[in-house]
Design a protein around this ligand. Structure first.
Ligand code: NAD
Length: 386
């Protein structure tokens, strides 16, 4: 694989191009928008200057990385690509229109990968001239820092394309996990309860956002609590991902978005980037703390932790049950894609399957909601069924 191209010079495309050139690939970075291309170049220079200043890379490496990227707004420069990584705006019509233009200029052997987070890889593949050569490669932001890539073979993907893609991703020193083409793939799907169950507990008035964040950091060693993390990601982005997964799973109640987060989005309370979200931020972008929000209630905190972690373990089990990914890949994905301190099966082992399933059954019985139903694999009687 010599000629690699990236389409889209936004956040992800620029990061992918930087990563590839730092691993000695020559990269063509194509964008239709000249201003975005020049911004991408400026951003890349700034990032590399920072790394140079911190002595993380040498001046030689900086020059090498920059010289290996060819910034272009001419689609014909993609014609010799062995692999093309598409990272343009998340819009089905834009992506498929782009593919129909690519079809006219690339060789039959060219592999086309999409960095889509929420669109169906199978649907996108059908617009490429050789759907057997189409596959999803979901990188995480910031690309040079995050070690994970979810590789998503779709219905049409050939084994050869899958093998070559895995080989290529390994050559740029990223951990590969394989996910079925399902909404949210692994990370975005399995992580949903971290946010939604926390919001649910807050909406019910069982605890404050401070208490829930405190609990998940203290009892779970998460680096950020759910509300801090939603504010960091942006409530607009987090809400859109939840809504998209909910709709794509035909309104599966486990992924139901919350009215409270919707209101924050409508109010423009997007989180850190707007100075207000679930929390309010000061000029240094730190959270205004309010000590009065805390009760000293270990019983409550232990229950909050058990409820959220049980929902996460349930989601991990369901992902395994539906063969969306292997147990090992689910563990790797959650640890490397969203920096969970432990894998969810590791937690399940530590806490105990019985305690987790008992908690879920209690929630199911109390609320009478499908949202809390036990994954068949967590059910101790699963073997009796088959
Ligand atoms: P972005 O908005 O930062 O950049 C998109 C770029 O695509 C823009 O520069 C735009 O000019 C360009 N573009 C649009 N149409 C084009 C076309 N027809 N041809 C060439 N260039 C075109 O977007 P982003 O955040 O980098 O996201 C890109 C993709 O990666 C999306 O599919 C997104 O879902 C996915 N993704 C994003 C993140 C993230 O955290 N931002 C994480 C994982 C995956």
């Amino acid at each position: 694989m010599k000629n690699i191209s990236v389409i889209g010079s936004g956040t992800m495309g620029t990061g992918i191009a930087q990563l590839l050139s730092s691993k000695n690939y020559n990269v063509v970075l194509f964008d239709i928008n000249e201003k975005n291309l020049s911004n991408s170049k400026i951003r890349l220079h700034k990032i590399l200057d920072k790394l140079l200043h911190k002595k993380k890379i040498s001046k030689n490496e900086v020059n090498n990385i920059i010289s290996k990227i060819k910034f272009t707004n001419k689609i014909n420069n993609l014609s010799k690509s062995n692999i093309i990584i598409e990272a343009i705006t998340e819009n089905f019509e834009l992506k498929t229109k782009l593919f129909s233009n690519i079809n006219k200029i690339v060789a039959d052997e060219t592999i086309l990968t999409s960095n889509t987070s929420s669109l169906s890889v199978t649907s996108l593949a059908s617009s490429f001239k050789n759907p057997n050569n189409f596959i999803g490669t979901h990188f995480f932001n910031p690309v040079p820092v995050m070690n994970l890539v979810e590789v998503i073979p779709c219905v049409q993907t050939s084994n050869e394309t899958l093998e070559q893609t895995i080989k290529f991703i390994k050559s740029i020193k990223k951990d590969v996990v394989i996910a079925k083409d399902t909404p949210g793939f692994i990370v975005n799907k399995v992580a949903r309860p971290f946010y939604s169950e926390a919001i649910r507990i807050y909406e019910e008035g069982l605890a404050s956002i401070y208490e829930i964040d405190f609990t998940m950091k203290k009892f779970g060693q998460f680096k950020m609590g759910p509300f801090e993390l939603m504010d960091f990601i942006g409530n607009d982005i987090n809400f859109t991902v939840t809504k998209s997964i909910y709709e794509k799973f035909f309104h599966e109640s486990r992924y139901k978005p919350s009215l409270c987060q919707k209101s924050l989005v409508e109010a423009g309370y997007l989180g850190k980037k707007t100075g207000i979200g679930f929390y309010k931020y000061d000029k240094e972008n730190n959270i205004y703390k309010s000590k009065s929000e805390f009760k000293s209630n270990t019983y409550l905190y232990e229950n909050i932790f058990l409820r959220i972690i049980s929902m996460l373990v349930n989601e991990a089990y369901d992902t395994l049950y539906y063969k969306i990914a292997s147990k090992e890949d689910i563990e790797t994905a959650m640890k490397n894609g969203v920096n969970y301190p432990k894998g969810l099966f590791e937690w399940e082992k530590e806490i105990g399957k019985k305690k987790i399933s008992t908690k879920l059954v209690a929630l199911y019985n109390f609320y009478c909601e499908e949202r809390y139903r036990l994954s068949p694999l967590l059910n101790k009687d699963v073997k009796l069924l088959w």
